[in-house]
Design a protein around this ligand. Structure first.
Ligand SMILES: *Cc1c(COP(=O)(O)O)cnc(C)c1O
Length: 454
């Protein structure tokens, strides 16, 4: 008999009723967003043309530590939450490690990832404020899918601008997104000024999240009763995703466990920011010395090789400026990159915490990521999303170190989604046709040269 169960589900009473805002406990707050024209800190009202008011308020609020989760959102969370916290007994056995490995699995809902946690919140705000249409971008497609589900639930129209290279790699995404009633447009497209300009400069472009954001924002600000929503990076998204960390924190307490190391994959930073939220609170308050490790792709290394600077959130340079680790808003990961996490920047909250030494970051090539995914899948019987497999890679590396030193550390990692939408990438990996691309310093320098100067 194992003392600790394979999977722990919280009861309805134990589920978090509030989100926690990590930045309220940060001594150095994330730098304010700047108006791109005046370079002055942005006022909340200046965000209203882009975002729903509730979202704009959450984005700017540095002082409210706990936000009540609206009843309507709690009701939807109950449809697919809690997500399980699992002890990876079989992975531990395969690795012959004394480490105790836990993972929080967010892939059990139809969207297949944690992104639904913020999608339902943002769609609900739109509904409440009488917004009838939303626009967004999606890279690998998880965010577009999650938001399509949330918008379908609340009866809101949705246009999803999907990065062209991913649109072509993942035709099944179109099918799901359209099933839930949303429109999907490969980006860059001819439907916007931003898209036409990007296409004129480079007709064969594969697109990027930055391009797709420009298109989605343009449509939102030029269409009546239409707002733009984003699935990561922003403070409000990190806030909504704190539900992951709060559940994990509660479950670990129930198990009488304390993590030594928390590991997450980092694209825009929302799942990691959410997973670590209450643990980082304890660390910021001096009550814990837990190590936090972000794992990012070697082909899009914003934390490990980027610059901590003000930059645009989009390629078309129409969004506010955010201070973050960035590769430059025109950076495009190589087309052979299949593992997601392809955004040029990183959450300003995580960027500041990383800059201040509260967390570490590593980068890894995608072939190694898929090797880790296969080891995990065989041991734990879950096919992980390639994004999530970055965290698996990090956890396996730490578990191997424990094997060498004989230390029984407690490792927690975020398993953000399922890999069923990524079977083509799995095929490439198994057939040996998957390659790695690590940008040279010179390539990255091109991106840094284009950072806004003021
Ligand atoms: C979007 C996504 C990520 C990365 O986004 P973050 O905002 O960095 O969390 C990770 N895993 C999955 C499955 C995703 O869909």
């Amino acid at each position: 008999m194992k003392k600790i169960p394979h999977r722990l589900y919280l009861t309805e009473e134990q589920l978090p009723k509030q989100w926690y805002s990590l930045r309220t406990d940060m001594k150095n707050k994330p730098a304010p967003l700047l108006n791109p024209a005046t370079h002055k800190p942005l006022k909340e009202e200046e965000l209203y043309p882009i975002f729903c008011k509730t979202a704009a308020k959450e984005e700017m609020d540095d002082t409210t530590a706990y936000f009540d989760i609206p009843e309507e959102i709690l009701e939807i969370y109950k449809v697919y939450r809690p997500s399980p916290l699992s002890r990876a007994y079989d992975l531990e056995r395969v690795l012959e490690t004394p480490a105790k490995i836990y993972y929080k699995f967010e892939g059990n809902n139809t969207s297949g990832s944690h992104k639904l946690n913020s999608a339902v919140a943002q769609a609900y705000y739109a509904k409440k404020e009488g917004i009838t249409r939303l626009t967004t971008e999606t890279g690998a497609g998880q965010w577009g899918t999650a938001l399509a589900i949330a918008c379908s639930y609340f009866g809101i129209n949705l246009d999803v601008y999907m990065v062209k290279v991913s649109y072509n790699q993942k035709p099944d995404r179109k099918s799901i997104i359209e099933t839930f009633g949303a429109n999907i447009i490969p980006s860059p497209s001819n439907t916007t000024n931003a898209g036409r300009a990007i296409l004129a400069a480079d007709p064969n472009t594969h697109g990027s999240l930055g391009c797709a954001i420009s298109e989605a924002v343009e449509v939102a600000v030029t269409t009546d009763n239409c707002k733009y929503v984003l699935g990561s990076v922003l403070n409000q998204v990190v806030l909504h995703q704190s539900v992951i960390g709060l559940e994990t924190y509660e479950a670990m307490n129930i198990l009488g466990e304390k993590p030594d190391i928390i590991i997450g994959c980092a694209g825009g930073g929302s799942n990691l920011g959410g997973l670590i939220a209450p643990f980082m609170r304890d660390k910021l308050q001096g009550k814990s010395d837990v190590r936090i490790v972000a794992v990012e792709p070697a082909s899009c290394p914003s934390l490990t090789r980027g610059k901590f600077a003000y930059d645009f959130a989009d390629t078309g340079k129409i969004t506010p400026l955010a201070k973050m680790y960035t590769l430059g808003c025109e950076f495009k990961p190589s087309a052979n990159h299949a593992g997601g996490l392809r955004y040029h920047g990183m959450s300003p909250i995580l960027s500041q915490l990383y800059h201040d030494g509260y967390m570490e970051a590593i980068s890894v090539e995608q072939t190694k990521v898929f090797e880790a995914a296969a080891i995990f899948a065989r041991a734990e019987t879950i096919l992980p999303a390639p994004e999530s497999a970055h965290a698996i890679y990090g956890a396996i590396e730490e578990a191997k170190k424990c094997k060498e030193t004989g230390e029984a550390k407690t490792i927690v990692f975020g398993l953000t989604g399922t890999g069923y939408f990524d079977l083509r990438a799995y095929n490439d990996f198994r057939s040996g046709s998957m390659t790695d691309h690590i940008p040279t310093d010179e390539e990255l320098e091109e991106g840094f040269k284009k950072l806004p100067k003021f």
